[in-house]
Design a protein around this ligand. Structure first.
Ligand SMILES: Cc1ncc(COP(=O)(O)O)c(C=O)c1O
Length: 414
């Protein structure tokens, strides 16, 4: 029914699904519970896909935000490829059914074993972060090139005037060194990868730099693709600034039409694609009042959803409480005594009681993916809602998970 986080926000929010369904899910799978709505995810994928009219565009989901293979399969079935930040992203992508050629790797600081692993999995599109990474890649490639297909190589771009003091990427004055390095093993540098920085809701932060990026791309004689990131924001605040996909798509397509070369465009949305389809359900386990403020304890923790507390991110909190005569300033606290264990602070919520259900919205990105065993609570289960049914897509951990890979072989010396 209603709520909202933060005083001053007047708009009422609705829950993403009914109280009856929430209760059914919690009864079936326990609490806390990550719930994903496949119809919402498909709508977002379709909306983003249609917003860029350039015919040579490929979309790659950035699975750093969510590595559940059921969700990755939805992206795959909608025609998207995968963007990998790490070899682990590639591994999950392959397990979800992506062909290695559908995966673009654009990460950082791989060692020789990582690079060998990527190549042996068949990944052929790589955007490398430094000339040194490129040199190492070329050494590895030279050694095994008889068994591997020729890769499509690009560089991550570092332009201090656009990306501030970002550690990522290669500067244009290093391009000639990079080109020669690739050439020494018979390879070309065909692409540039630009990353604006995560969670940017200001559309102009992207559109205003297109001309500059395209000019830099032309410094590569074998330029054939532009990977424009990543980093597109999601409007976590109902009344906050929202990234405008239509405007971005229109401007980028126009610019690409105006250049002579017909190059491929790669777009790799992360949170923008998946944040909105996920909800973390949790239940109230304790309520106390302190000077007019409601202190609500819930059965999840910041280790299950670290963004709000550890990284200062904001997620709307909604409840289905029926009789809302009044809202109170409320802190929603996790089930540990860790000093930062808050899922929401200064929310405006009705008076709550044990057993009430709380929905933490827009937790599809950097939610489960950033959960950890810090505080030693097993991780929640994940459920997918699809065609009116619900399906468990990841089991809840039990306490045994806390012992994974630990060995009972230590004997204190007498
Ligand atoms: C290269 C790259 N692309 C895409 C993403 C996904 O980011 P976002 O969720 O901001 O779109 C990341 C996140 O780390 C990234 O490093």
């Amino acid at each position: 029914m209603v709520n909202t986080q933060e005083s001053g926000l007047t708009e009422s929010l609705t829950t993403p699904f009914s109280a009856e369904l929430a209760k059914e899910l919690l009864a079936n799978y326990g609490s806390p519970l990550y719930v994903y709505q496949s119809d919402r995810l498909r709508q977002t994928i379709s909306y983003i896909t249609q917003s860029i009219l350039n015919p040579r565009t490929k979309f790659h989901f950035a699975s750093v935000t969510n590595g559940n293979v059921a969700l990755l399969q939805i992206f795959k079935n909608c025609g998207w490829g995968l963007h990998a930040n790490t070899p682990g992203d590639v591994y999950l992508g392959i397990k979800a059914g992506f062909a290695p050629v559908q995966i673009v790797y654009s990460g950082s600081n791989l060692n020789r074993a990582d690079l060998e692993q990527l190549l042996s999995w068949g990944v052929t599109s790589l955007n490398l972060d430094s000339v040194d990474q490129l040199s190492l890649f070329c050494e590895v490639y030279q050694e095994f090139k008889s068994t591997w297909s020729a890769p499509r190589l690009g560089l991550r771009l570092n332009l201090p005037e656009l990306t501030g003091d970002s550690r990522i990427g290669v500067r244009p004055d290093e391009f000639s060194q990079a080109i020669n390095t690739a050439k020494s093993v018979g390879l070309k540098l065909g692409g540039l990868h630009f990353y604006r920085g995560t969670g940017t809701n200001a559309t102009q932060a992207f559109t205003q730099v297109i001309t500059q990026i395209l000019a830099v791309c032309q410094l590569l004689p074998d330029w054939e693709y532009l990977d424009f990131g990543g980093g597109f924001g999601y409007a976590y605040r109902t009344q906050g600034l929202a990234f405008n996909w239509q405007e971005f798509g229109r401007e980028l397509s126009q610019h690409l039409e105006n250049i002579d070369k017909k190059i491929e465009l790669i777009i790799e949305p992360g949170r923008a694609a998946i944040a909105g389809c996920g909800t973390l359900l949790t239940q109230v386990v304790s309520v106390k009042w302190q000077e007019g403020k409601q202190v609500v304890g819930v059965d999840t923790t910041v280790a299950n959803l670290s963004v709000p507390s550890v990284y200062g991110g904001y997620r709307e909190i909604v409840t289905t409480k029926d009789s809302i005569d009044r809202l109170y300033p409320t802190d929603v606290c996790g089930n540990t005594t860790y000093s930062r264990d808050y899922l929401g602070r200064n929310c405006q919520l009705p008076a709550l009681a044990r057993g009430d259900v709380i929905y933490i919205l827009d937790t599809g990105a950097y939610g489960y993916a950033m959960s950890s065993h810090f505080l030693h609570r097993p991780r929640p289960a994940e459920v997918l809602l699809e065609n009116g049914t619900h399906k468990l897509i990841r089991q809840r951990e039990n306490y045994g998970a806390l012992l994974n890979n630990q060995l009972f072989n230590y004997r204190e010396d007498k």
